[in-house]
Design a protein around this ligand. Structure first.
Ligand code: SAH
Length: 346
């Protein structure tokens, strides 16, 4: 029988499991603290837990720790990209970014991805498997332990589609924001989706104050379908309606991500349509100069088109920022580092 991953358990579930082993509630609190505050990687590190119980835990649960196999640090902005090996040999990537407001980790939610967005490197080899809550937590925990600096912000913007792995992603967010764990503020978490409408609706009802980011990238279904296959399932009006609902239920402003691709979606006319589309949605636009992926022939918009695009949005009272590019020299774009590692025969 497969062992249960101890780090994926909620505090209450851990307490229940330890009760079955005849342990009092304070033991469960100690173990939970070792896992989620002291970031233990082995039961033997739990100094105030009796050796006999450490052994019982060892027999009953698995405790997966991610192993860093490659770390790249940007010489421009201190961004670090980590390539981690999972227990089953798969590799995933996570990014650590330093901002004035704190340190942020960009977490992967799946090994690979099956959404097929045309400009994205994560999806080129399809989906390998979902990550567990523990494996998502480990990306944050290992990076905090390795850097020795507190992580205050987390973005689910690495490889994978979070709503294609719904249950473990919600579990991850609840554990990450548990006050008995790292206690990261829900407001400092952003989940980015390609627009899976039932996922957005369900997520709105979770009672979490998390920021939703929607990958929009186009102003018409025609262009969106050419870039993102998911647009065939969920047309724009439905996606935008779900975002509106997310805002009205949670009170959290939605971020709309728009990757600018030269000659594809970056004209002044499209900036004007985008303003009309988002008027009244209380959203914010994050313009991302597309990161060219070797396997695809998309080019980044010229600086001037990017700035003009932003100006038109702002003139129409749609707040818009141009994403500061982090880690440009270390293959910062989704899935690029993992891919080049696998191609080298890692
Ligand atoms: N599956 C989620 C998370 C993806 S990554 C989603 O689709 O939202 C986070 C953002 O980066 C998404 O908006 C994604 O569309 C965008 N992205 C992916 N590859 C990119 C690239 N090469 N250049 C610019 N943006 C990219």
């Amino acid at each position: 029988m497969e062992k249960t991953e101890v780090k994926s358990l909620y505090a209450e579930e851990l307490s229940e499991a330890l009760k079955e082993l005849g342990q009092p509630p304070y033991r469960a609190r100690q173990v939970f603290g070792w896992l989620h505050q002291k970031l233990a990687t082995d039961f033997s590190q739990m100094a105030n837990v009796p050796k006999s119980l450490q052994r019982q835990l060892q027999e009953r649960f698995s405790l997966a720790a991610l192993k860093p196999v490659e770390v790249k640090e940007s010489s421009i902005d201190q961004t670090r990209k980590y390539l981690f090996r999972l227990e089953d040999g798969n590799v995933i990537e996570s990014v650590w970014m330093k901002y004035r407001h704190g340190n942020s980790v960009c977490v992967s939610s799946q090994v690979g991805c099956r959404m097929g967005c045309k400009f994205c490197a994560s999806t080129l080899d399809g989906l390998e498997r979902n990550l567990t809550a523990a494996e998502m937590l480990e990306q944050v925990y290992r990076i905090q332990a390795l850097t020795g600096e507190r992580v205050s912000h987390v973005v689910l913007m690495g490889s994978g589609e979070p709503f294609d792995n719904y249950g473990p992603v919600v579990r991850f967010i609840r554990l990450l924001t548990d006050e008995r764990g790292l206690n990261i503020s829900q407001r400092n978490i952003t989940l980015s989706t390609c627009g899976i409408v039932p996922g957005i609706r369900r997520f709105a009802g979770e009672g979490l104050a998390v920021t939703l980011a929607l990958s929009l990238h186009a102003t018409t279904d025609q262009v969106r379908k050419a870039l993102m296959p998911i647009a065939n399932r969920y047309p724009l009006p439905e996606v935008l309606e779900a975002c509106k609902e997310y805002f009205s239920v949670t009170g959290r402003r939605v971020t709309f991500e728009y990757s600018l691709i030269r000659g594809v979606n970056d004209s002044p006319q499209e900036a004007a349509s985008l303003s009309r589309l988002l008027g009244g949605l209380h959203g914010h636009v994050n313009l991302i100069p597309v990161n060219p992926v070797r396997e695809r022939d998309f080019a980044r918009s010229h600086r001037k088109s990017i700035e003009d695009f932003q100006k038109i949005l702002e003139k129409n009272k749609i707040p818009a920022t141009i994403r500061r590019e982090m880690g440009q020299d270390i293959q910062g774009a989704c899935g690029q580092l993992r891919r080049s590692f696998l191609q080298k025969g890692g």
